[in-house]
Write a protein that binds this ligand. Structure first.
Ligand code: ATP
Ligand code: MG
Length: 544
């Protein structure tokens, strides 16, 4: 297997002795649920630590008090455990607010940070642009003593939000806008989910993140591409705050984007808040909790992340690729069962005694197991498996025709019962003697095999047919709610075999000839609820 560019960097660092053990981290902001994009980052960070005998921390990047919440902290943890990863330490960036504060004081003492009274708007206006240098702030040359005093006042709540900020003193003429005296601390009177009202100043991401990494001894700090331009500032902070070697190294990779879904937490939160979906774990959501409820196996997600690889250029991966990984997994692992979405009653006129058939669960399993399937004089087949006027080469049931019932017998259609309007309401059929699957000596040759459900013991089930969250955009739409697929969930009342009454929440099945389904937590003891996972046919065509 070829190495990706991050692995090459790591191997070089291990060989040169720059690091003796690698240490990575996964740093989510607890302001929403994790999504498929995070799975990619999780697989990279935890995967590298595993591969190279290193460690990986779960660190909540909770330096912004406004949108963070305990609910998110808990869901993130559950999702990571579900994906199958184990962190070394579980940490909160907010636990090192003191460390960050002391780093800021250190920078002030070195003459490398100053308190600035310009407003956010004035700072933006004096920042310049790609062709124009920035202007130095009139507060840039305050003395160390004055800065120390003002910064302490900021901490002590003397100023209102936005009244003063602490800025790094770097270079207003730098070609990199991030280096033009970036704000590193702001005044914000807000209650923090972890530190409560202890602080009324909060560090900015670009200042906090390198300190968190360095403080924890992270060797390789892997982030997405949009932070590439921030790397000089990352290095500046690490170097000027005097952290020991080996200093953490920031490495950027392309974020994962998937077609027909959206991974911005802001948008996902809107769908939840506006009641367009049933919650963060709605099975249509690209969140990990949504995918779990949708029946996507964790192993399939890891497999997907592995197969798409690690890239340095942004691109969009087709949802069909992920579905293909899911299908491969379920094909191997899901039990085959029978359900009928559009029932048509069939009376088997020559069946007297009910019978219990032994039907194979999964032909792909390492060990073949069987389950009991009742069979009697009334069954359901799907309306689509009967044609009164069949097209050529039609192999399913037709008037005076034969078809095999999966795992049971061959039946013959003797009579079609219709209502006043000519709609088929019932079929009168007979079982062909000696045609039982596995011991068929009837001599009748049939091409079609269909699924069926015993009507006398059938269980009613709610089946949710799910489709993509977003419809294809014909043009660039900025408001994603306009692309919300109003047909993304259709509820069908199905008949299914009795064994499904015992389906456990999260258990996955292949509804034979229909698709893959998972038992939902909305199931009750008398009525199971199933979500569609993926169809049987693979629509993904690899471009390679
Ligand atoms: P969002 O924009 O959805 O809020 P975020 O990047 O702000 O996402 P964080 O909680 O800060 O979310 O992300 C935690 C980690 O996951 C970060 O290292 C981030 O780079 C990574 N990550 C987030 N989205 C993706 C993605 N689509 N592909 C790969 N990595 C991602
Ligand atoms: Mg973020």
């Amino acid at each position: 297997m070829s190495k990706n560019f991050i692995e090459e960097i790591i191997e070089k660092d291990l060989e040169s002795g720059k690091v003796t053990q690698i240490y990575t981290r996964f740093p989510p902001e607890p302001n929403g649920y994790l999504h498929i994009g995070h799975a990619k980052s999780l697989c990279i960070n935890f995967g590298l630590a595993q591969k190279y005998g290193g460690k990986c921390n779960l660190r909540y990047d909770d330096t912004n008090p406004a949108k963070e919440d305990e609910e998110y902290v808990n869901s993130i943890q559950q999702d990571i455990e579900w994906l199958g990863f184990k962190w070394d330490k579980r940490l909160f960036a907010s636990d090192y607010f003191d460390v960050m504060y002391n780093c800021a004081v250190k920078l002030i003492n070195k003459g490398l940070a100053y308190v600035c009274d310009l407003t956010a708007e004035e700072i933006r206006q004096t920042r310049g642009n790609l062709t124009q240098k920035g202007e130095e702030s009139p507060y840039r040359n305050r003395s160390v003593e004055e800065n120390l005093l003002l910064f302490e006042n900021m901490k002590n709540g003397v100023y209102a939000d936005g009244e003063k900020v602490l800025r790094a003193k770097i270079d207003m003429a730098s070609p990199n806008l991030n280096m033009r005296d970036p704000v590193i601390y702001r005044v914000l009177h807000a209650t923090h989910h972890n530190t409560g009202d202890k602080w009324c100043i909060y560090p900015m991401y670009d200042f906090a993140h390198p300190i968190e990494d360095a403080y924890e001894g992270i060797t390789h700090s892997i982030c997405t591409l949009e932070f590439e331009d921030h790397r000089p500032l990352y290095d500046w902070v690490v170097n000027n705050c005097d952290f020991p070697d080996p200093k953490p190294q920031q490495i950027e990779f392309a974020r994962l984007n998937v077609t027909n879904t959206i991974m911005s937490k802001r948008f996902l939160k809107r769908l939840v808040d506006e009641g367009k979906v049933m919650g963060w774990d709605d099975p249509r959501m690209p969140t990990l909790s949504g995918l779990r409820r949708r029946g996507y196996p964790a192993a399939a997600l890891r497999d997907f992340c592995e197969r798409i690889g690690v890239a340095k250029a942004n691109s969009e991966v087709e949802m069909a690729y992920l579905e293909s990984c899911v299908r491969d997994n379920l094909n191997q692992n899901a039990s085959r069962v029978m359900a009928v979405l559009n029932p048509l009653e069939v009376v088997l006129t020559n069946v007297q005694e009910p019978e219990i058939l032994q039907v194979e669960n999964n032909p792909n399993a390492e060990q073949i197991t069987y389950r009991e399937v009742p069979f009697s004089n009334r069954i359901y087949i799907d309306q689509s498996d009967f044609a009164q006027v069949p097209p050529p080469k039609y192999h399913r049931l037709k008037p005076d025709g034969y078809v095999r019932l999966k795992g049971a017998y061959i039946i013959h259609c003797d009579e079609v019962v219709t209502d006043d309007e000519g709609n088929v309401t019932k079929l009168m059929c007979s079982v062909v003697p000696n045609s039982k699957s596995g011991s068929d000596t009837s001599g009748v040759k049939v091409k079609g095999v269909i699924q069926w459900v015993d009507a006398n013991t059938a269980v009613d089930a709610e089946v949710r047919q799910l489709e993509s969250l977003l419809v294809d955009a014909t043009e660039e739409v900025t408001d994603f709610t306009e692309r919300f697929n109003v047909n993304s969930m259709t509820v069908v009342n199905a008949k299914c075999e009795k064994s499904l009454l015992n389906a456990k929440v999260g258990e996955t099945f292949q509804f034979m000839r229909i698709g893959y389904y998972v038992a939902d937590r909305d199931s009750t003891p008398t009525k199971p609820v199933f979500n569609s996972i993926v169809g049987l046919k693979d629509s993904f065509k690899s471009k390679a």
